[in-house]
Design a protein around this ligand. Structure first.
Ligand code: GSH
Length: 180
């Protein structure tokens, strides 16, 4: 029940073997000295992959896709730049206001969210998925941020967005994560 599910989803899509080490932030385990050495932000998720220690859920996903799942990684530099754009967009435009509303204990501004989602509508007018005809890490990153209680209703209110969202979130790899 944390943003770690995003990375588990990516790992399942990639079909790569991994070991899940639960860290209970409610019990302060992310603020323990040993954990802070790995992630000075004191947050989950965190991935250790050989010598690489990487945090930030969506950056972790870019790493997993790039290293282990070429089928989900864009083949051209331009597409890779667009992938970075969508990842930055969903963090700044969608997750940022969501977290701010959570912290303030207020409702999310659904109208503002709906306006932000115009960017997604526009790109989905051109293809079945964000960067083209196939599901890829851009879709996983964007859908996984939208898969939050306050945003999901706004997404599902629009049939075009809902169709893409359902295709992403009904993937067996995500079901596998929730079955764990
Ligand atoms: N931008 C970070 C946010 C990480 C984050 O806020 N994680 C939460 C759990 S979903 C956490 O560890 N909270 C514990 C805390 O802030 O003390 C990411 O996407 O990885």
């Amino acid at each position: 029940m944390s943003r770690a599910f995003r990375c588990l989803w990516m790992l399942e899509e990639a079909g790569v073997a991994y070991e899940l080490k639960p860290v209970d932030f409610a019990k302060g385990e992310t603020k323990a000295a040993e954990y802070l050495k790995l992630n000075p932000n004191g947050r989950v998720p965190l991935l250790v992959d050989g010598d690489l220690v990487i945090w930030e859920s969506l950056a972790i996903n870019l790493h997993i896709a790039k290293r282990y799942a070429p089928q989900f990684w864009p083949s051209t530099e331009d597409q890779q730049s667009l992938l970075q754009m969508w990842t930055a967009w969903v963090m700044g435009e969608i997750e940022g206001p969501h977290d701010a509303a959570n912290k303030a204990g207020t409702d999310l501004d659904a109208k503002a969210l709906d306006r932000s989602l115009n960017a997604l509508r526009q790109t989905l007018d051109r293809g079945a998925y964000i960067l083209g005809p196939d599901f890829a890490v851009a879709d996983l990153n964007v859908a996984s941020v939208l898969l939050r209680p306050k945003t999901v209703d706004v997404v599902k209110a629009d049939p075009r967005l809902q169709d893409w969202f359902e295709r992403c979130t009904s993937r067996p790899a995500l079901a596998q994560v929730f079955a764990q």
